[in-house]
Structure formats: C-alpha cells, structure tokens
Write a protein that binds this ligand. Structure first.
Ligand code: ARG
Length: 581
C-alpha cells in the first residue's frame, strides 16, 4: 500500500464515522511541500453537498481520523485538510522498499493484455528521425506497462506492402547495385527508391513501368514476389541492427502484408453489416449519424458547412488501403491475442486516421480500449524540421552515431582513465541514453528541439546527469571493505535532506501508474531528475561513510535505495547505467 492509499483508507474510515455512511475519500499529493505532503478537499466537497460549514466539518474529520505512525493533519484555507507524513513513516516505507523487488510499484495491469504498436517504419522508404520518437516512446511504454504487471505485446507493424513496391521492384530490376546492397541494405533500397521516384516525375514511361510491376506483384507474379520478399528480409536485417543499438525488442513483426488475405473478406463483412457502402465505385465507411458532427470523424467542416469525410476501404480499382489493413490488424489483435488495449504510438498527422479506425471498430463490435499515443515533430536548433545539408530528413543511424561520438569526446575529457572497450561501451550507453532521455523528458505532444549540447550536458536535465548520479552512488559502495547488506539496516531520518530523499523514494510507486494515465514518460523522467537532485543535496548535507552507526548504515541504505530506483527508473525509459564514467 502506498502512503497515499494508506491516507485514503484512514480518511475514509473517519468520514464514515463522522457522516454515518461510507463515502470514498480522495487524497492528492500537495502542490507545495510547505503545506505538507498530501491534501484532501473532502470536507469542502461534502460540506457543500450537506450545506454545512467546511472548516467545521474538516475539524470534525481531523478529530476522528487515526493517523498514528503515519502523519499529522491540519486545516488550511476554506477547509482543505493538509497531511504531513511523519519521518518515522518515511523510514518504515524505506525499509519496506528495500525488501521489495518492485520498489513499491503496484501491479495495476495484472490480468490485462496490451498491444503496443510502435516504430513501424516503411520498408525501403527512408526511416527518418521522426521514427525515433515512436520507437523510443513506444519502447518506454512497453517497459513501464510490463513493470506495472500488464501482459505486453510489442508489435512492429512495418509498412511492407503498398504502392512504393512498384518503384522498388522496377529499380531492383534496372538499377540495383548488389555490392552496395550487401554492404548497406536499407541505404541501397532507399537510394533505388529515391532515384526511381525522381525518374517517374521526369519520364512517364518509368511511371508506367512501375505501375506494371505493382500490378504483377499484386497478382502474385513469382519473380516480383521473390524480389519483394528479399527486400523485406534485407530491410528487417538492417532494422534489427538499429533496434539492437537502441536496445529495443519486439515480440512480433506483423507488417501490413500479413493481413492481405483477410482484406476482401473484411470489406465484405463491413458491407454485409451496413458499416460500409459503395460510393462512386469505391467502398467507404460514412458517418452513421449518431454523433455530433464535431465529434464525428466521418464528417468534416468545409466553407459551406459539414460534409462527408468517409474512410475508403476499397478503391474503385479494387485496391485496399491503409485503413482496411488497420481494421484487419485490430481484429487480429483482439481475436488472436485477446488484447484489452491497443496503444498506437504514431505522429500527430495520423490523428484523423485513428479516430476513424476506432469509430469503425466500435460500430463493427470490436471492443477494447484503443488509444492513439500521438507525438509532435523533432525540430533542428533553427526550430525548423530537422534536415541534412542536402535537404533530406536526417537519418536515425546518423543521429545515433553522432550521439555516441560526442559522448566519447566528453568522456575522454572527463575521465581519461577509461580506455579501450570500456570507454567505447560507456560512450554508447551515454550517447544513446542522452538521445532517449531528451525525447522522453519532453511532453510528447510538443515539437521538440534537438540540441546536442543540451542533451549531453553532465549538469543539466539529462541522461548523463542521471547516469553520473548513479555512478557516484556506486563509487560510495566501492569504498566499502565488504559488501553492504541493506536488509538489516535500521532507517533513521533526522536531517531534512534525508527525510526529503526518503519522501521521493516513497513517491516512486505512486508516480509510475500515473505515467500510463495519459502516456507521459516525462513524468517519470522529471521524477528521476528530482530524485537525483535530492540525492546530491543529501550527499552534501549528510556524511555517509564518516558518520557513526546506526546513522551510517541508515544512510548507506538510503544510497542503495536511491541507486536502485534510479537504475530501475532509467531502465524503464530504456536507458542503461554504466558502472563508471
Ligand atoms: N508505417 C506507418 C508510417 O510510417 C505507421 C504505422 C503505424 N501503425 C498502424 N497500425 N497504423 O506512417
């Protein structure tokens, strides 16, 4: 039970005693520590309903509530009840957390299955730095949800089917450089795709040739299918390398093509159920008129008022679309994996698409909790969309390489003792960690500015600062003669700085579930920064190794708990901690 839950339980008991009936009490963390740790507006809400004086009711509640060993309470303002947790309660909590592998985090997801749909690049189209956001946010959400007890299925829904294959197959047959393909498969496929794409704009004959290749592929032509298959395989191998660098894993790679066979039947079913209907030769899902137009994803406002905005599921030429595949995918995840929830980590521009998919799924009777976890763009330091000098989108691989290079230079300067393989490994951990943390400490919806110096600063709101904090704690333990066993240590909290550190330890289990309320890994990121800052203040104010027992063991135990929460918390963001740096 978290401290907050403990307070709520005791407050509810007091409310029942005062009011003679069961009313649930809610307690929230206080906005400002000067007023205490937690706060409840229960007296104000209830006094309003009962038309009595809120301060009077608050006083009655305080007189009745049993806060023994937990907190003190006082009335503030018009009838708030403020709670201040006792140092002994923080100490007891710290003791409990030291013996808890979950560090006080409740298993709120137990028994629930969530599919996380993230990364999902398109084969042979350049994977740009925007894909990094989906990959990093999605991976963090998977890790956090797993830690909270969910059964998590990470699915990479790659774009492995679609009109781009007309161009790729044409390019494969006419201008592929096989040596280049071996050396850098994705690079070569992208090169071919770009060249052909440019050529189609100059020469209508090339465009026709591409279309013909696409038709053959869709008709099941053996040669084209084999080329397509090989493109997928080399692309997957290339992507795997990037994911390995990032430490990202998927349970499945069910790309768009996996659902091809299901599409005709699905459209037939939508027609039969009256969810879709024919329109100018195509088959579309229109509004069913049950929603206000403002809420209806199948309506759009144009100059002359609200008009239809259907989702096309089959084109007049018989081709299927992105929406068709997504409906098949959603069905598969519910039927085959028994998903209760699906989280789609995809950029803001696809908002309408997902609103339509979720609305269509509901009409189709596919129930579940479906969320579009949207994110904004990455901007260069000039606040424009990030581009290379030649005007292309910046590639993910280049970004990661540069991060590692820059980290290597910083580490060589800071700690010349590190060398060879260890230095290289630390540079990888720090460089990649910095990129991930810069992403995850932002509100996902804001466009974020990619600034190297800011994300790599050792003193700043950065991964290197957190990693450095964890290294610093480890170095304390290296100075000990033997291993330190925190399980036997009594916790004594005297100084404000150590009380505050223990306060933050207790908060971890309260905070982590909130991250999933609105998919905000930045809550965790900011909490970790606060924890690290609290640790540094503690370490300045409270001697650890030089103090006498039992304070020494208590402080060492606080160091240990801090380190475990830091390392675990960073791990939940997909960021590793080096032993030294
Ligand atoms: N391949 C798509 C893109 O790069 C993203 C797919 C997201 N997932 C989905 N189920 N639609 O835009």
């Amino acid at each position: 039970m978290t401290l907050l839950q403990d307070l709520e339980t005791r407050l509810s008991a007091a409310l029942a005693a005062v009011l003679g009936e069961a009313v649930p009490a809610t307690v929230t963390p206080a906005a400002d520590l000067r007023f205490g740790d937690y706060q409840s507006n229960a007296a104000m809400v209830l006094a309003k309903q009962r038309k009595t004086n809120p301060r009077g009711l608050a006083q009655e509640i305080i007189d009745r509530v049993d806060l023994t060993g937990l907190a003190t309470a006082e009335i503030a303002g018009p009838g708030f009840i403020n709670f201040r947790i006792l140092p002994e309660a923080f100490a007891a909590k710290a003791r409990e957390l030291l013996g808890d592998p979950n560090l006080g985090v409740p298993a709120i997801g137990a028994g629930r299955t969530v599919v996380v749909d993230f990364s999902a690049p398109n084969v042979a189209k350049p994977m740009h730095v925007g894909h990094i956001r989906s990959t990093i946010i999605g991976d963090a959400l998977c890790r956090i949800a797993r830690f909270l007890g969910y059964r998590v299925i990470a699915d990479n829904h790659i774009g492995d089917w679609g009109t781009q294959f007309g161009m790729i197959i044409h390019g494969w047959k006419t201008r592929l450089d096989h040596a280049a393909l071996d050396a850098d498969p994705i690079g070569e496929l992208v090169r071919v795709y770009r060249q052909v794409n440019a050529a189609t704009k100059e020469d209508p004959a090339v465009l026709e040739a591409c279309k013909a290749e696409l038709v053959k592929l869709q008709a099941g032509d053996a040669e084209n299918l084999a080329i397509w298959q090989e493109c997928i395989e080399v692309s997957k191998a290339g992507l795997e390398k990037i994911y390995q660098t990032l430490g990202v894993k998927f349970d499945h790679w069910l790309g768009e093509s996996h659902y091809n066979d299901r599409l005709p039947g699905l459209v037939g079913e939508l027609l039969a159920k009256g969810i879709a209907r024919g329109s100018q030769g195509a088959i579309c899902i229109f509004s069913d008129g049950t929603k206000q137009p403002e809420e209806d994803p199948f309506m759009v406002h144009k100059e002359d008022g609200w008009t239809d905005n259907p989702a096309i599921v089959r084109k007049a030429d018989g081709g299927f679309l992105y929406a068709t595949t997504d409906l098949a995918t959603l069905e598969y995840r519910i039927d085959q994996w028994h998903a209760d929830q699906i989280w789609y980590v995809v950029g803001v521009p696809q908002t309408l698409h997902f609103r339509q998919i979720f609305a269509a799924a509901a009409r189709w009777g596919k129930t579940g909790d479906f969320r579009h976890v949207a994110f904004g763009s990455i901007l260069g330091e000039d606040r424009k969309l990030m581009k290379t000098r030649s005007g292309d989108n910046v590639g993910l691989v280049e970004v990661l390489d540069e991060a590692v290079d820059r980290a290597a230079r910083i580490i060589a300067e800071k700690n010349p003792d590190l060398a060879g393989d260890e230095a290289a490994e630390v540079a990888r951990i720090v460089g990649i960690g910095a990129v991930k943390f810069a992403e995850l400490s932002q509100n996902r919806l804001t466009d974020y500015v990619f600034a190297w110096d800011r994300m790599l600063a050792l003193q700043g709101d950065t991964a290197p600062y957190l990693q450095y904090s964890s290294v610093r704690i480890r170095s304390i333990f290296r100075k000990l003669d033997g291993a330190f066993d925190a399980s036997g240590a009594a916790i004594v909290l005297e100084k404000d700085e150590e009380i505050h550190l223990a306060r933050l330890h207790a908060r971890f289990g309260e905070l982590l579930p909130l991250v999933l309320d609105d998919f905000r890994p930045n809550l965790l990121a900011n909490y970790l920064l606060e924890l690290a800052r609290a640790f540094h203040s503690f370490f300045e104010a409270c001697p650890v190794l030089k103090s006498d027992e039992p304070v020494r063991a208590s402080r060492l135990a606080l160091c240990e708990l801090t380190s475990r929460i830091l390392v675990t918390g960073l791990g939940l963001l997909g960021i590793r901690c080096p032993e030294r740096m």
